[in-house]
Design a protein around this ligand. Sequence first.
Ligand code: PMP
Length: 306
Amino acid sequence: MTKNYLVYVNGGFIPSQEASVSVFDHGLLYGDGIFEGIRVYDGVVFQLDAHLTRLYQDAKAIRLAMPLAKKALEEAVLETLRRNKLVNAYIRLVVTRGTGDLGLNPRKCPHPTVIIIAKPVDALHGAEAKQRGLHTIIAATRRHPVDTTSHEIKSLNYLNSILAILEANTQGADDAIMLDSRGFVAEATGTTLFAVQNGQLYTPPLYASILDGITRRFIISLARELNYPVTERDLTVFQLRNVDEIFLCGTMGEVVPVVSIDGQPVGVGKPGPITRHLLEEYSQRVKDPQHGTPIQSRAAPAPKTM
Ligand code: PMP
């Protein structure tokens, strides 16, 4: 039986089995909305401020007037965790255009819908993926370019990634690496990409149709701190097929090695040493309060019991 937990919907906390939105919500009808996926490690909401900043930037980009201020939304996220007594969790923060009619025009949707779901975490590619690594393909589906539905907006329309995942499924792979409209490497379906060659890290630039990933930023500074040089630059598929190591990273995926592309091994076909080093360091840092927001930060501390 599924455990009933509390979901935040427009300011109220509703039992999960009853939490719902209207069939006229434009998030459902048109994918008109934005979201964030956020992780909580040992009572610290990792990079919460960066996630909220990105959400508010996305809201501005789609001209969605956020119904509550950033601080109030932060408090709603923390309160959702407290009410569900969660200290290790995945948070899905969704803001839709709200309820309208069957027409496209957002003018008919005066009230955005705000949803916060917090649940215990299921690993993105299965718990063992970090050890064994992922088998990938290069997808025929290209990442959407900046002058269409921008890759920069974390919108509720994920069909672009889903089409690539379907290609991976058909070919028996775990995930797909996607190219931008120029043919350069962009990212995977829900993670950004790093390649390692001769001890140096390379990652596609923000203009290569990628999401400005919060984990990507974190990994760039972590790698530099650990004395691995990092260069943001265009990568060709040819180059990618010939590097020593590849890993993907994201809030859900964390750091996951890629061990093959289109059936060919990456490097020696096993998770590489630099990937493993970064994965280990990453899993330590995510619990550090200096990289996140403690759940109890804005509430009075619980009284100590003897
Ligand atoms: N790319 C895409 C397409 C994604 O959906 C995600 C997950 N949000 C990422 C990259 C990784 O971004 P982040 O590190 O901010 O989770």
